[in-house]
Every structure is written in C-alpha cells, then in structure tokens.
Design a protein around this ligand. Structure first.
Ligand code: ATP
Length: 356
C-alpha cells in the first residue's frame, strides 16, 4: 500500500491550475470525462489495448488526450510522466479489477477516494465484518451445506458479475451444482426487489444530510438487468428448466433507473450513514461514490448483499441528473459530483481528505 505521506508530497508538488483527471477508457469513463470537463479540468483517457475512436462519437465526453499502454501493469512505468502532468486518477470497477486491487493499492499516483477501502471490499469476510458490525443486515450465511433449509445462493469467490452462481433449495440440489475446485460460500436467497443505491460521501461539504463529519448524498438508484435469470421465467418453471439443463445465471448486461417509494429513503440513508461511520473507525472512511446493493423484502426490510466502494456502472443512466440528484443540483451526475469534490478540495486546501 502506497503511504499517505508519499501521496501527500506528490499533491504538494501539483499545480492546482493544471490538474488533470484521468481514468481507464471503459465502464463509466464517458460520465467521468464529461463531468470533469464541465468542472473545468483537463482530462486524460488511459487506453489499454483499446481503440479510442468511440470517443469521437461523443465529443462532450471525449478526453483531451490519451495515454496508450499494452497492459495495465505497464501503467506503473508511466508513473513519473503522470505525476509530471498533475494527474489524479479516478478509479472505477473495471479499472481496479483489470489492474488488480493489489497493484492498484500500491500504485504511487494520487487517486480519488481512500484506497484503504480496497482491502475491506475485495475480501468477502472483511466486507461482511464491516457491514454487519455497522448494524446493517446482510443475507445469512449457511456454514454447513447439509443444513440448507431454504433457498440459497451459492457464490464463488472472485466470480465476475455473479458468473457461475447457482440457486439450491436443498442439499441434493447443492451437491448437483457445486464445483468443489473453487472457493465458495452459501448464503440465504433473499426474496424481494433489488435496489442498487448510489451514494456519495463528502468529508468536506458542510451543507446537507450531515454525518459526524461531512455529508451523505443519494445521487441515484438502479436495478441491474441480469442474464439469464431476469427473463428465464418465460420459458417455464425453474424445475422444468433444470431437467432440460438450463440453470439461472446472474451476468449483468445493463442497468435500469429506479425510483424507490419515498418511505424507503430514510431507511437507505440510515444504512448509508452506518456504513460510512463504521468505515471511519475501521479504515479511515469510505470517500466519494459508493453503491449499496440490496434486496427490499415485502416487509420493507432492506438486506444488503454487497457494497461497491466506487462509482458503479448503474450510475450511467443519470448523466443528466436523476430524481434524487436534481434536488441537490439540476443535471448532477456522479461523474460531475466527483469532479466537484476535487475542485472543492483544491479550493479549500483539503486534497488530502479526498485523495490518497
Ligand atoms: P459484482 O461484483 O458484479 O457486483 P458479484 O460477483 O460480487 O458481482 P453479487 O453482486 O454478490 O456478485 O451478486 C450477483 C447477483 O446475484 C446480484 O446482482 C443479485 O441479483 C443476486 N444476489 C446476490 N446475493 C443475493 C442474495 N443473497 N439473495 C438473492 N439474490 C442475490
């Protein structure tokens, strides 16, 4: 892990008027570049084995310049060059995954957010410890497969976008589906509606939904479109399909905007607040955008199955604002909010609070 001290020294050497916001050219890059440009920053697209013509199609979201590399690890060789260009990196899901959390956390480039979160988020047990010790409900874990007494979801560790996850309703079904060569855990299958709520925590803003320090915002919410489970019911009953060799999968293919019933909002704010406050005690705080991935039951209880600690692709439908962010500022996207936060930090001389 690169030390805070080292990043702090690099930030001291930066010319505040020449800061460049950079991110990898995928995932939420259009939104990040668009937001950064609107806030007046220079922008740099990091293209790893990619063609960049697609950005010509979207001029308002095209970065000013590109850095081309053959691999994510090659980016380490560009560290000095990036520092000389006053670069602050904006992490997103694909960027961290492709670079790997281990390399990312050691990369000596100023990065938006608290990179300590990587350690707590990429280890499922640590993440569970963080969320449950904050007093937030998660799906129950079933330690012994022979004791499966309700529908469960078997999750393989390191599965990308739920690939290979399967549902079992009893032990024989578990035995039929399990691949013992992979690490897995079994959790209760929570029945309800899935809401992915996009929060933004600012330690430096003072107006809004206040926490012990800073403010918490909800910018938008989505539901993921998952193939094939979301459409599978059209083919017949799950039992029938299993007999024919069709099994549900959870591969994300898109995102749909969600507006939740208003009475759920205070509950979600309470959950977000607990997660942020606990993160301060455990690792110095989750800074900037994060997503609470949850299922709302028919008792209106909220069960959180994951927290993503950075901008998620589910924010992409909201580049012109959402029914939540519009009450903060019309047309506010998460990408724009990130740029605003950096701008405010530069202005107040508080870059160390939001960049690590
Ligand atoms: P990603 O990293 O892309 O978020 P992942 O591999 O970490 O994916 P999860 O997000 O944990 O996987 O789960 C994938 C999908 O499985 C969810 O979007 C949701 O549809 C479903 N899911 C996860 N946990 C549960 C649960 N306990 N009960 C019911 N459905 C669940």
């Amino acid at each position: 892990m690169v030390s805070k001290d080292r990043i702090s020294k690099i930030l001291d050497s930066y010319d505040p008027k020449k800061i460049t916001l950079a991110t990898a050219c995928s995932h939420t890059s259009l939104q990040i570049f668009h937001g950064a440009k609107e806030a007046g920053f220079k922008t740099l697209g990091i293209a790893v084995q990619q063609k960049t013509k697609i950005y010509d199609a979207f001029p308002a979201a095209k970065p000013d310049e590109f850095l081309f590399a053959d691999s994510y690890s090659e980016l380490l060789d560009h560290t000095d060059e990036l520092i000389s260009r006053n670069v602050i990196v904006i992490p997103h899901g694909s960027f961290v995954e492709y670079m790997t959390p281990r390399i990312f956390e050691g990369w000596g480039i100023p990065t938006f957010g608290n990179r300590m979160v990587l350690e707590w988020e990429s280890d499922r047990e640590k993440e569970r410890n963080w969320i449950t010790s904050a007093g937030v409900r998660m799906p129950e874990i079933i330690e012994d497969a022979q004791k499966i007494d309700r529908p469960v979801l078997v999750k393989y560790h390191g599965a990308k976008g739920g690939r290979g996850f399967f549902i079992a309703k009893d032990y024989p079904e578990f035995k039929m589906g399990i691949d013992h060569t992979k690490k897995f855990h079994i959790q209760e299958y929570v029945v309800g509606t899935r809401y992915y709520v996009h929060f933004f925590y600012s330690p430096i803003r003072t107006e809004g939904y206040r926490l012990s320090k800073g403010v918490l915002e909800v910018l938008s919410a989505d539901r993921r479109d998952e193939s094939n489970i979301d459409e599978m019911y059209k083919l017949g009953s799950a039992e029938e399909l299993k007999r024919l060799g069709f099994f549900p999968s959870f591969v994300v293919t898109g995102n749909l905007p969600i507006v939740m019933r208003e009475s759920l909002l205070p509950k979600f704010f309470e959950i977000g607040e607990k997660i942020v406050e606990r993160s301060f005690k455990l690792f110095g705080g989750i800074i900037g955008p994060f997503c609470v991935e949850s299922i709302v039951t028919d008792n209106l209880d909220i069960v959180v199955f994951e927290v993503s600690a950075r901008i998620v692709a589910g924010t992409n439908p909201f580049i012109n604002g959402s029914p939540y962010s519009d009450y903060i500022e019309p047309g506010l996207s998460t990408g724009k909010r990130i740029a605003q936060e950096i701008k405010l930090a530069v202005k107040k001389g508080l870059m160390n609070e939001v960049i690590s």
